[in-house]
Design a protein around this ligand. Structure first.
Ligand code: APR
Ligand code: PHB
Length: 390
């Protein structure tokens, strides 16, 4: 087979790029290791920056998001029971869209179907070849009818943290930066009315907690837990009791509880790989960077990669101009590191770190005090949360 752009990975990064390029007449073939049902079965976050929602609309995938998503002009930070509202609209004139990543991915798959996009599922042994050679790159893989080969101009590694693309970059070229946090998030999805019209991020001596939602009948809650915990060790009752203990009494009193329809623990870690380009291979999304979910930057950072890559590729194909592709790695990483900084800052502000010194504990409370005593500090928080410009 032959195509212009071969995309490895059928998550939101790969799908969004293939849809945007298709609308500009650029041919792609997308390879996904799992079935569509498996990909859509993964529960992920759900706060979209304005820039990401604009990309979805440009990809002609914004209708359901705009119909069912919720625009939020602010969110709450609770500091040991004291509630503070972060007024995003006051400081930025913008808002965020609360709409699940699973729904984003579903809308993108349906758009690929509508346009008969080439998406191949259940592929194995994906390997990348000739990434930096005189002859064009190609990708090999196996599917139910045997060994296959795709010849292309460019390969996009949108295959997440565990995919083959990043590993195809020679060790002496690739630099990896990582920070692992000593705790995880136990998340529960429940068919209950959200406890608050806006998200609540709670800092508490017992540990962090987050009240989020997918809709007015589907809520998503998280509590900070030690990495040694297992989701199966937490009964629903124990989860609800601990969540209530970390929320202000009036919020806890109105919390509607119910059976969990999904319960899992996610470790918290920050990771960046550089460069995000190696010859004719371009990395995007989780294949190149991971953030802890505290700042809700994961999907949005992937979206900014796709913004730069999409414009670089259309300039290449439609205008014969390679500036965008040549600047891709530097531009994408500049914004990625800002999302890394913001996610680290939110995580440091809101979680209880084991073995933290008294001095550091004072620093953390002072950071919170400064935040809610300074318009400048709140404006900085707001501009990072709604999304820095591309
Ligand atoms: N061959 C083909 N596909 C693969 C392979 C492989 N060898 N390895 C992994 N994949 C697929 C995965 O199955 C997954 O569907 O690549 C896809 C990568 O998708 P994501 O992990 O969702 O990454 P990305 O599309 O970059 O989206 C980033 O996902 O994890 C969240 O917080 C993160 O919100 C961010 C978003
Ligand atoms: C979520 O809704 O799952 C969510 C929201 C905000 C975050 C993280 C997760 O910061």
């Amino acid at each position: 087979m032959k195509t212009q752009v071969c995309i490895i990975g059928g998550g939101p990064s790969g799908l969004l790029l293939s849809q945007l390029l298709h609308l500009k007449g650029i041919d792609t073939i997308l390879l996904e290791k799992h079935s569509r049902e498996y990909v859509l079965g993964r529960i992920r976050a759900g706060v979209l920056e304005h820039g990401f929602t604009e990309l979805m609309r440009e990809a002609e995938c914004g209708d359901r998001m705009d119909a069912e998503g919720e625009l939020h002009d602010g969110f709450e930070i609770v500091d040991n029971g004291i509630q503070h509202r972060v007024d995003l609209h006051k400081y930025t004139g913008a808002s965020v869209m609360v709409y699940g990543q699973t729904e984003v991915t579903r809308d993108l798959y349906e758009a690929r179907d509508r346009m008969q996009g080439k998406v191949i599922h259940n592929v194995e042994d994906v390997a990348l070849h000739n990434l930096k050679a005189a002859t064009p790159p190609y990708v090999t893989y196996r599917d139910s009818s045997g060994a296959q080969r795709i010849d292309c101009d460019f390969v996009i590694g949108a295959d997440g943290f565990h995919g083959p693309s990043r590993k195809a970059i020679p060790r002496d070229v690739l630099r990896e930066y990582e920070k692992v946090y000593p705790f995880g998030w136990l998340g529960v999805l429940s068919r209950t009315k959200p406890v608050n019209p806006e998200l609540i991020y709670a800092r508490n001596d017992r540990g962090f907690a987050l009240c989020s939602m997918r809709s007015q009948v589907l809520s998503r809650y998280y509590i900070q837990v030690p990495l040694s915990d297992k989701a199966e060790d937490w009964s629903d009752a124990a989860f609800w009791a601990e969540l209530k203990a970390r929320l202000p009494q009036d919020v806890a009193a109105r919390l509607e509880t119910g059976p969990s329809i999904e319960k899992s623990i996610a470790p918290l870690r920050s990771f960046v790989a550089e460069p995000m380009r190696y010859g004719n291979l371009f990395l995007a999304g989780d294949a190149a960077h991971i953030v802890p979910p505290t700042g809700a930057r994961g999907l949005n950072s992937a979206g900014s990669d796709i913004h730069y890559l999409y414009h670089g590729l259309i300039d290449h194909y439609l205008n014969g101009d390679d500036t965008g592709l040549n600047e891709y790695s530097a531009k994408a990483l500049a914004r990625v590191w800002k999302a890394q900084r913001f996610s680290w800052w939110m995580t440091s502000l809101l979680h209880s770190f084991p073995d933290t010194s008294e001095y550091d504990r004072h620093l953390q409370s002072t950071e919170m005090e400064y935040l809610f005593s300074s318009d400048a500090a709140q404006a900085s928080l707001a501009e990072n949360y709604v999304g820095l410009p591309f």
